[in-house]
Design a protein around this ligand. Structure first.
Ligand SMILES: *[C@@H]1O[C@H](CO)[C@@H](O)[C@H](O)[C@H]1NC(C)=O
Ligand SMILES: *[C@@H]1O[C@H](CO)[C@@H](O)[C@H](O)[C@H]1NC(C)=O
Ligand SMILES: *[C@H]1O[C@H](CO)[C@@H](O)[C@H](O)[C@H]1NC(C)=O
Length: 413
């Protein structure tokens, strides 16, 4: 099966009433607060994650479940190559930006779908890392502080997301995602069965409403942030920021606070989203036909950077995003294989990811186990957002899994 067409989502006109749904925080009359349960930060950052290893034909049966032109390295190899490091309490996840790989136009990702150890595959795929939290969660407030993420650039497809095994039955929440030269973030849900998103109070624009992976080639229910600081090059120029995902039985919400704008209680480690003055980027409310408790379970936290892949199987997006013109190359794979220096900025820098869960009772002076590293002054590393010509804002963005080929055997992520 191939997904070679260029799919476009007919954006359904927004129904105003979608925005009138009241949102509730704590269950009425119940006192509770968010207590820190896991802190992914500091020198031991990587100990709490599994490294997805493309050479191990494991539960996915493939080296990259999204068919990227990538080889995910196990921890030891990744560390030997300097692709997974911690410096001054900042964890860095890089891609190989030194080596040239072989490229043959007769080879595509699908040639290796079930044979990652093929000698040609060994020489062809750019190395990267994909980490998955060892712990799984059911309902949580996840606050991730990123200093840097892969730039908006041709060939790269990064994501910060959560999913449960088996996919898609346990659901998927994409918190940060974009591909190639995207300049805004896309947030999406993917569900194992029918689910029409009931959007609540939010600042982003919905691009699609059906979260069911079988609908529209797994596009998911997708919204797009309207700020260039939310993704890639613009995000990095502003020094990154905090991404927050709150998951309760009633809703899933995502906020993005560009560097310098996070609420004080995030910085002090005692977050109370109900008190934040800022509307979330998106609110997905639970409803009878789309029950959050039924559709999302046992999620782990994932960060990965892949190349080309399922978003671009036939090369259409390579052309429509301007990458063909920019690189002068017909093929995303060729560009990725042959140009290590292009990927110097394709890295994540994570200051920390904190996971909180609701505890009943009155808030205690929640002292986190590890002292909270205080917020840096908001001095961007890069002086300014580069003035790049505004690329046509494509109505469709890709979400993890969009256009994913799911063979009958049940390839999961
Ligand atoms: C790769 O797959 C394509 C399409 O299935 C096929 O035409 C081609 O011969 C394969 N290349 C190799 C080297 O196996
Ligand atoms: C983004 O959308 C929000 C909500 O509609 C609006 O208040 C804000 O001005 C928009 N920002 C940009 C940069 O367009
Ligand atoms: C990570 O990246 C892509 C893009 O976000 C996502 O769809 C996906 O499932 C992950 N892919 C792999 C294989 O790591």
């Amino acid at each position: 099966m191939k997904f070679d067409k260029h799919f476009r989502v007919a954006a359904t006109p927004l129904v105003l009433s979608l925005f009138l749904t009241p949102i509730t925080g704590n269950p009425v009359g119940t006192k509770s607060y968010y207590k820190l349960v896991d802190d992914y930060s500091g020198p031991k950052f990587f100990d709490k994650f599994d490294f997805f290893d493309s050479d191990v034909v494991g539960r996915h049966g493939v080296g990259d479940p999204t068919q990227g032109w990538v080889r995910y390295l196990p921890r030891q190899k990744a560390q030997e190559l300097g692709l997974a490091t911690v410096t001054d309490n900042v964890a860095k996840l890089k891609v190989n930006d030194k080596d040239k790989y072989e490229f043959s136009s007769s080879l595509t990702e699908t040639n290796f779908t079930f044979n990652y150890n093929h000698p040609a595959a060994k020489k062809s795929f750019r190395e990267s890392v994909r980490i998955e939290s060892k712990k799984i969660y059911n309902k949580a407030l996840v606050i991730a502080d990123f200093k840097h993420m892969p730039n908006s650039q041709c060939g790269v497809w990064p994501a910060f997301w959560l999913f449960g095994d088996p996919w898609p039955d346990m659901g998927e929440i994409d918190v940060i995602e974009g591909f190639f030269n995207a300049d805004r973030n896309g947030v999406a849900l993917h569900t194992g069965s029918e689910c029409i998103a009931e959007y609540g109070v939010m600042t982003a624009k919905p691009e699609s409403h059906n979260c069911w992976w079988k609908h529209n080639y797994n596009q998911g229910c997708l919204v797009k942030d309207n700020r260039t600081e939310s993704y890639g090059t613009g995000f990095n120029a502003n020094g990154g920021g905090h991404y927050v995902m709150e998951w309760t039985s009633d809703f899933i919400k995502v906020w993005f606070f560009p560097r310098g704008s996070a609420p004080a209680d995030i910085l002090s480690g005692t977050p109370n989203p109900d008190g934040w003055p800022t509307d979330p980027v998106v609110t997905y409310n639970t409803n009878k036909a789309c029950s959050i408790d039924t559709l999302f379970k046992n999620l782990k936290i994932v960060i990965n950077t892949t190349f080309c892949g399922a978003i671009n199987t036939d090369g259409t997006r390579w052309a429509t995003t301007g990458c063909l013109a920019e690189t002068g190359l017909e093929s995303c794979r060729e560009f990725v294989a042959r140009n290590p220096e292009a990927f110097k900025e394709a890295y994540w820098e994570v200051k920390g990811i904190k996971v909180f869960q609701r505890h009943s009772g009155t808030e205690s002076p929640a002292v986190p186990e590890n002292p909270v590293v205080s917020e840096e002054p908001s001095v961007p590393e890069v002086p300014a957002v580069p003035e790049k010509p505004v690329v046509d804002d494509e109505p469709q963005i890709v979400v993890p899994g969009e256009l994913i080929q799911i063979p009958e055997v049940g390839c999961q992520r």
